[in-house]
Design a protein around this ligand. Structure first.
Ligand code: C6P
Length: 405
């Protein structure tokens, strides 16, 4: 099933074809969109563009149905209910929003816990919240291989912990955290759990009831959807109780001179005109993923990443940043080439028509843990093939030969 046939669904690969076929390995940053998603977005703009707040007219009703249909798609995908799904601008938007929502729950001396492997988007909002409230900001240290041990989590989370915010999958090493156990530890301590699912929702089956997290965030653009759309899942009871943090149209029950009251969730958290086309595109992207099967996609990417790790490990000077336990690895491979800046390696790969990401990946605490300034990262998705892995390895070998001292 996972052959070049899948690439045919993605017009970008046709647009990019040249002497050497384009190999896209920066899926952790932004994935490509299949024609079906592009069509769904275009159709909204071409055939029924209307605001979801206005219309007692045909295209207005159609826009609302499509937008709310997308919410149902997301809810079913996560095992949540529709009123627990807030559309946002992306993972960053979701995490900043939940940090603001939880602000009134935090007092001086309370503790907010994150790990050293977090993306800055799941680090800075909590660091800033702690600063505003005079709370303690605790960063969980990592093992030498960049993994987070459950023992560290359990030993740290305690009665003063109010929030623990953890990534499901590291966007740098591909290490998978046991978020179920981490959320259980949070619950035991009476703390809120927030899961950054930016690198897991696109690639593995997620059920928020099974994970039993309080909040979970991800981006549409990393899962075959458009840019600028994301999701914040929040448990019903929290969304009912917590106040909104963005105010304006579409989120009120009543407004009078002295006070305003809020609509029910999720509307109370969606002030202003949302990214309607983005939500519709995300709903369509989920349908596309479901057609192929998220379990199959996960297996395919993990197998490719394992092959890539093996091939790269045979190249002199390559250092892989691989968690020891292969079972807990997603389809992401980070490496450095001795004596060479990651940008220089990426430049050589780009000349070979291979797109990877190089740099600190918005994960400076993790880079500091490893004592490096950055890595080269190849991140896989459903349309990548064994041929892509072969091209990657050949080109890294070429770079190794070019930069040999
Ligand atoms: N990581 C990467 O190349 P946004 O930008 O809001 O869609 O996602 C932010 C974000 C949050 N958490 C994790 C784990 C992420 O990987 C990202 C985005 C991209 O790794 C861009 S820096």
């Amino acid at each position: 099933m996972f052959t070049n046939n899948i690439k045919k669904d993605f017009p970008l690969f046709k647009a990019q074809s040249g002497e050497k076929p384009f190999v896209f390995l920066d899926n952790a940053a932004a994935s490509q969109m299949p024609q079906a998603v592009i069509n769904a977005v275009t159709e909204f703009y071409a055939a029924y563009k209307a605001n979801v707040h206005s219309g007692i007219y045909a295209i207005g009703t159609r826009a609302v149905e499509a937008y709310e249909g997308a919410r149902k798609k997301v809810a079913d995908f996560l095992g949540a209910s529709e009123d627990e799904i807030i559309f946002t601008s992306g993972t960053t938007g979701s995490l900043n929003m939940v940090a603001r929502m939880l602000e009134p729950e935090i007092s001086a001396g309370d503790e907010i816990v994150v790990s050293a492997m977090e993306h800055h988007s799941n680090f800075i909002p909590w660091q800033e919240l702690a600063k505003r409230k005079n709370a303690i900001f605790t960063v969980l240290p990592l093992e030498a291989d960049g993994t987070l041990s459950l023992q560290t989590v359990r030993e740290t989370v305690g009665p003063r912990t109010k929030i623990i915010a953890i990534t499901h999958v590291s966007h740098v090493t591909g290490s998978v955290n046991d978020v179920r156990e981490i959320c259980a530890a949070a619950k035991k301590a009476g703390a809120y759990s927030v899961v950054d699912a930016a690198q897991s929702a696109p690639h593995m089956s997620i059920n928020v009831r099974e994970i039993d997290c309080d909040f979970l965030a991800f981006s549409g653009q990393k899962m075959l959807g458009p840019t600028g759309i994301g999701v914040l899942y929040g448990k019903k009871e929290h969304l009912a109780r917590l106040d909104p943090v963005v105010f304006g149209g579409g989120m009120i029950r009543d407004v009078s001179m002295d006070k305003s009251t809020w609509a029910d969730p999720p509307q109370k958290f969606e002030a202003g005109t949302p990214h309607i086309a983005g939500a519709i595109g995300l709903g369509c992207a989920i349908s596309y993923i479901e057609q192929i099967g998220i379990g199959e996609i996960e297996k395919h990417e993990r197998a490719l990443a394992a092959k890539a790790r093996h091939a790269l490990s045979e190249i002199p000077g390559v250092r892989l940043y691989v968690p020891r336990n292969e079972k807990e690895l997603a389809g992401i491979v980070s490496f450095t080439l001795e004596g060479t800046h990651p940008h220089d390696v990426a430049e050589v790969l780009s000349r070979e028509n291979i797109a990877v990401r190089a740099g600190h990946h918005c994960a400076l605490p993790l880079m500091k843990h490893f004592g490096i300034s950055g890595t080269v990262r190849a991140s896989f998705y459903l349309y990548n093939t064994e041929d892509d892995v072969r091209r990657l390895a050949e080109s890294v070998l070429k770079a190794a030969n070019i930069f040999k001292t």
